[in-house]
Design a protein around this ligand. Structure first.
Ligand code: ADP
Ligand code: MG
Length: 499
């Protein structure tokens, strides 16, 4: 792979060179540097400013590796070692960096942030007091201009981009996922520790497997101390890369590159079922890495023992470390996730709406997120506040899918849940108001939402008479007219049950 790697980095360099044809190329030609110490000083100043502005953690995660590339007329080229970093820095800090340049050097009009390797040591040696003792000979000084370690490069080339939103901080923890979360954190903090290697995460679609894997990767690349090289890819990507390597007769390079990482994460392993050669390759890579004390993280939609179609020896090895299950979400978790996402989006979503969505959309977090995003976008677009009514309107189609014909049992269950009662209280003889009132609500809703007759409804509520049901309906109607918040409560229940 060495050949291919060099080829790729040459390509990136050409990108830069091409862009600044005829300009001074600081990184390749040490001779021009003394003339441009001013620029380097400006750059050092800007870096310090950025560091202060964004804080140490953020600076180290995103900006520290940025290097001065070239200056071409009024345009400055800055270099970052990966596409992922480049895109992120461009979007998040591009404008600020330009503004800072302009305070230093008004001639600068544009900033171009590209992939490439710069002379990082340069700016640092100008700011740091004693520069590190220079290596004896001049040619070696020139060598210092490639500060990115080979292992880092190869894993970045191997790895798919990590989504910067999928952090541990943005992951909402609840009963169904707390174990998987704790395992993922543990792996991010102490990769390849006994008992946690491999880490096998499994669960249904949209429950946070990919999110947790990205969080591990982000956390590891954030912690400078560890300097681990991380490769994350889907099993599908793994297969395509493997096939491409075979075609181009570079399987050895492919293997080398994979085996050079400290942490290998393969997402959606179930994809490899039935792909025997790729499985075999993965099995060998897996063994080589584990034997070398490297961490493996794998996700799948089922537990290792349920992944039939996977080779037995692979299944066995996958189950040898830590197996963590992401369970279906609970109402509480869905509620917290919605709340967290609404806060993150700075959207004002009434608690009633959040409660409604958490009740109605129970499939997975992705759908929940999609619904909330649509709601927020709609509210922003039409400058309308989010209410239960707009929610039903905007999410009409999503909610319909989750619709079922409502039964009296369902009404009793939901009402009991809402008022913190047992379902049996719905048919019990207890007459205390705390029980009797919710029971009346349930009867009222049964009349409104089902086609059952009054005697039928009475029968379902502990063999009560039909006149009791009539009385309940009248009482609830009356209370709703008098008490706005009670009416809203009943409406919410009704919407939850019907929409
Ligand atoms: P999976 O890989 O299990 O199919 P993902 O990790 O892609 O699921 O999750 C789907 C979406 O739901 C992502 O946008 C993710 O950020 C979000 N998500 C899932 N679980 C949580 C959680 N506990 N907290 C916050 N967001 C979550
Ligand atoms: Mg996934």
């Amino acid at each position: 792979m060495r050949g291919a790697r060099a080829g790729e980095s040459r390509l990136e360099m050409n990108e830069v060179r091409h862009l600044s044809a005829g300009s001074m190329l600081l990184q390749d030609d040490p001779a021009v540097l003394p003339a441009d110490t001013a620029l380097v000083h400006q750059w050092a100043h800007i870096r310090t400013r950025l560091q202060v502005e964004v804080g140490e953690v953020e600076y180290r995660s995103w900006l520290r590796q940025m290097a001065l590339g070239a200056i071409d007329g009024d345009e400055i080229t800055l270099l970052l070692p990966s596409r992922f970093l480049r895109d992120w820095v461009r979007n998040q800090y591009g404008e600020r960096i330009l503004a800072l340049w302009q305070t230093q050097n008004p001639a600068v009009r544009r900033i171009d942030i590209r992939v490439g390797v710069g002379r990082e040591g340069l700016a640092e040696s100008l700011t740091a007091t004693p520069p590190p003792a220079p290596a004896a000979e001049a040619p070696q000084t020139a060598m210092q201009s490639t500060p990115v370690r080979p292992a880092m490069r190869s894993s970045e080339e191997m790895s798919a981009a990590l989504d910067p939103r999928f952090t541990f901080e943005s992951f909402v923890v609840g009963k169904p996922n707390e174990f998987a979360y704790a395992c993922a954190r543990r792996v991010a903090e102490h990769p390849a520790s006994q008992g946690f290697n491999p880490l096998f995460l499994y669960g249904g679609v949209g429950l946070g497997k990919t999110h947790l894997m990205h969080a591990i990767g982000l956390e590891l690349s954030r912690s400078q101390a560890r300097q681990s090289s991380v490769a994350y890819m889907s099993a599908e990507k793994f297969m395509y890369r493997f096939i491409a390597a075979i075609r181009s007769q570079q399987t050895l390079e492919f293997k080398d590159q994979l085996r050079s990482v400290d942490v290998l994460m393969i997402d959606d392993l179930q994809f490899l079922i039935g792909k025997d050669n790729t499985q075999e390759e993965f099995f060998h890579t897996f063994n080589a890495l584990v034997d070398a004390g490297k961490q493996i993280v794998v996700s799948a939609d089922k537990s290792p023992s349920d992944l039939s179609g996977l080779e037995d020896r692979l299944r066995t090895r996958l189950g040898c470390g830590m197996v963590a299950d992401l369970h279906a979400t609970t109402f509480e978790l869905r509620f917290s996730i919605l709340q967290a996402k609404a806060t993150r989006a700075s959207a004002s979503v009434p608690a009633k709406v959040i409660e409604f969505l958490a009740h109605k959309i129970t499939s997975n977090v992705r759908e929940l997120e999609g619904a909330l995003n649509r709601l927020i976008a709609h509210a922003a677009l039409f400058a309308r506040p989010i209410t239960l009514e707009t929610t039903q309107e905007v999410l009409h189609d999503i909610l319909k899918v989750h619709d079922r014909r409502v039964t009296i049992d369902e009404i009793q269950r939901r009402v009991a849940e809402h008022y913190n009662l047992r379902v049996t209280d719905m048919s019990s003889a207890r007459r205390a108001r705390a029980v009797a009132r919710p029971r009346q609500v349930a009867m009222y809703l049964a009349k409104q939402l089902t086609a059952r007759s009054l005697p039928e409804i009475g029968k379902k509520f502990g063999n009560r008479d039909h006149t009791t049901v009539i009385h309940a309906c009248a009482r609830i109607t009356e209370l709703m007219a008098k008490d706005g918040s009670f009416a809203e409560d009943v409406d919410l229940l009704k919407k939850m049950l019907e929409s």
